[in-house]
Ligand binder design. Structure first.
Ligand code: GDP
Length: 361
């Protein structure tokens, strides 16, 4: 599955946030015998549609989609110089599908900032610099050879041009993501085999004091710093407290600081979106469940997420949109109203499709 690597300078609240994430680990709750890596937190993406489905189908269980967060501990500054720990840090980022930087915005004299002052802008630059330097090194390693090859092999010319353009962007201190060259899209295709770090989608968690949670001017300033990446504002200590409360108590605490949902829930939603994912839904008396697919996935690909045999033996998918199902009230009524569609192999899944697959075994 796709993972989001959590990075940040020391003392910004990464561990506090990560502990809150693992307290919410849905894997631990739903699959008690699953092996859980100590540095991975599997967080459920809250989805009220599942509650509604569970009501319609009388499901015993609700299984939300999940996002995997990986705690990438280790050194940040000097990582691109490539000694021991720095290499490991960069390798861990390379394995992630998106990068989530935790930034300190809380003020607390008792917690030392590594650079002596709280400055989101500087912290972002520090991390970006290491990632950019690492990408420039990767490029410098392969470019001379490819440039030579391109004189004989016409098919390499385009790739060389794309790499040279990437190099020029990185040399200005900008990440490729911020320049619109994003892993998984066509623009990043010629760069794919280089596994450049800064083509990964970024998102930012601002660890703020409680007052700032409702300070829209402050939040807009921070958003401007990180655009086009998304920004999430939370208080890591508060999230950690929330994770230990029951639903009613948690809601009360949230309301007392002017919030509607826990920051971790927002983080899960934004993380999911940043990874380019969407869900489709299945429901029955046993469980109502959200399954994760890439945007643009076809019906057989979606079936394959449940089981590879479903994809191999795919015949059809019976699809009812969530809205139609709620409106008609049951599968039988949706069918009678002509709202159940039989879709074939070419069908591109839509967010919120409620699906039953027909397949050969
Ligand atoms: P890490 O080094 O990035 O993993 O940071 P930690 O999670 O270990 O946090 C560093 C210190 O900051 C610890 O003493 C935390 O208790 C404290 N801390 C973390 N989040 C907050 C916060 O939101 N507000 C305040 N005041 N302190 C925090």
């Amino acid at each position: 599955s796709l993972t989001i690597g959590i990075v940040g300078l020391p003392n910004v609240g990464k561990s506090t946030l990560f502990n809150a994430l693992t307290k919410n680990d849905v894997l631990a709750a739903n699959y008690p015998f699953a092996t859980i890596e100590p540095n991975v937190g599997v967080v459920g993406v809250p989805d009220p549609r599942l509650d509604k489905l569970a009501e319609i189908f009388g499901s015993q269980k609700i299984l939300p989609a999940t996002v995997d967060f990986v705690d990438i501990a280790g050194i940040v500054r000097g990582a691109s110089e490539g000694e021991g720990l720095g290499n490991k840090f960069l390798a861990n980022i390379r394995e992630s599908d998106a990068i989530c930087q935790v930034i300190r915005a809380f003020k607390d004299e008792n917690v030392v900032h590594v650079d002596g002052k709280v400055s989101p802008k500087n912290d972002i630059e520090t991390i970006n610099t290491e990632l950019i330097l690492a990408d420039l090194q990767t490029i410098e390693k392969v470019l001379p050879r490819l440039q030579r090859e391109s004189r004989i092999k016409k098919e390499v010319v385009g790739q060389v041009k794309a790499i040279e353009e990437a190099q020029a962007i990185l040399e200005t201190g900008e990440t490729l993501f911020s320049a619109g060259i994003v892993q998984g899209t066509e623009k990043a295709e010629p760069l794919r085999e280089l596994h450049l770090l800064t083509t990964k989608p970024f998102l930012y968690v601002f660890n703020v004091d409680e007052e700032e949670l409702t300070d829209d001017i402050f939040k807009d300033e921070q958003r401007a710093l990180v655009a086009p990446a998304e920004a999430i504002f939370l208080n890591a200590k508060l999230e950690s407290d929330l994770a230990e409360l029951d639903d009613d108590e948690a809601l009360e605490l949230l309301q007392s600081v002017g919030q509607e949902e826990p920051g971790l829930a927002t983080l899960a939603h934004v993380g999911f979106r940043t990874l380019g994912l969407q869900t489709y839904l299945t429901a029955g008396p046993k469980e109502s469940r959200a399954w994760t697919i890439k945007k643009g996935a076809t019906a057989p690909e979606a079936a394959g997420v449940i089981h590879t045999d479903f994809q191999k033996g795919f015949i059809k998918a019976e699809v009812i949109s969530f809205a139609d199902l709620v409106e008609t009230g049951s599968v039988a009524d949706a069918r009678a109203a002509g709202k159940a569609r039989m879709e074939g192999k070419e069908y591109v899944m839509q967010d919120g499709d409620v699906v039953e697959f027909r397949f050969n075994v």
